[in-house]
Ligand binder design. Structure first.
Ligand SMILES: [Zn+2]
Length: 209
């Protein structure tokens, strides 16, 4: 170390390098993670830690550095035993894998779900329209039935189909109109990709005719 001629005396033993407090701290604006809704320092206890960190890095890089820089990580993890470190990592990975799998499954279900509009011939002149699968897109069947009933001024109800699953049955042949409503996302019928909707004919088979 090169010696300096006019070196100030070393600080007293008890003195700590501290930032001077000039005024009372203003009310704290509490920040909540937009991913898991915890304050950012608790993100690691949620199930979306990876995405939380991405958010923090994007929106609050200063805080990200504070919590997750290599240095901060070493300081924090250094206080844990090796066993505890491994467990923490495993737990986090497990939680995240579970949450991701759940989100994945929900998305897959949505993508693979099909809304089927069946035009059912009851007699030569009487039809009903059965709409199956709206609930897979988070649509309340009772509300949708109500909407169909008022739109077409006819009867519409939620009933069990032959497979024992709920579907909406509307009196009359309104299948094309229902398809249009779904495509346009009218009222409660929002969020269904047009590709996931099909109309099928259900003609009455006439025995011996
Ligand atoms: Zn979070």
């Amino acid at each position: 170390m090169p010696k300096k001629s006019a070196q100030p005396p070393p600080p007293a033993e008890t003195e700590q390098p501290e930032a001077p407090i000039v005024e009372p701290t203003p009310p704290v604006d509490v920040l909540y993670c937009s991913v898991c809704t915890f304050p950012p320092e608790y993100c690691e206890f949620g199930s979306s830690f990876t995405r939380c960190k991405e958010w923090l890095k994007e929106d609050h890089p200063d805080l990200f550095d504070k919590y997750y820089s290599d240095e901060a990580f070493q300081t924090r993890i250094g206080t844990l035993s090796l066993e505890a470190q491994t467990k923490l990592e495993k737990d986090t990975a497990k939680k995240e894998a579970k949450a991701e799998a759940k989100a994945d499954a929900a998305l897959k279900k949505k993508l693979s779900s099909q809304v089927t509009i069946r035009r059912i011939e009851r007699t030569k002149r009487k039809h009903v329209t059965a709409i199956y699968g709206l609930d897979a897109f988070g649509i309340d069947l009772k509300k949708a039935a109500k909407q169909f009933a008022s739109k077409f001024a006819t009867g519409a109800s939620v009933t069990k189909n032959p497979q024992g699953l709920d579907e909406i049955v509307v009196q009359g042949d309104v299948s094309d109109e229902v398809l249009d409503m779904i495509e346009e996302g009218v009222g409660v019928l929002k969020g269904i990709p047009a590709d996931n909707v099909e109309i099928v004919e259900d003609k009455k088979k006439k025995g011996g005719d």
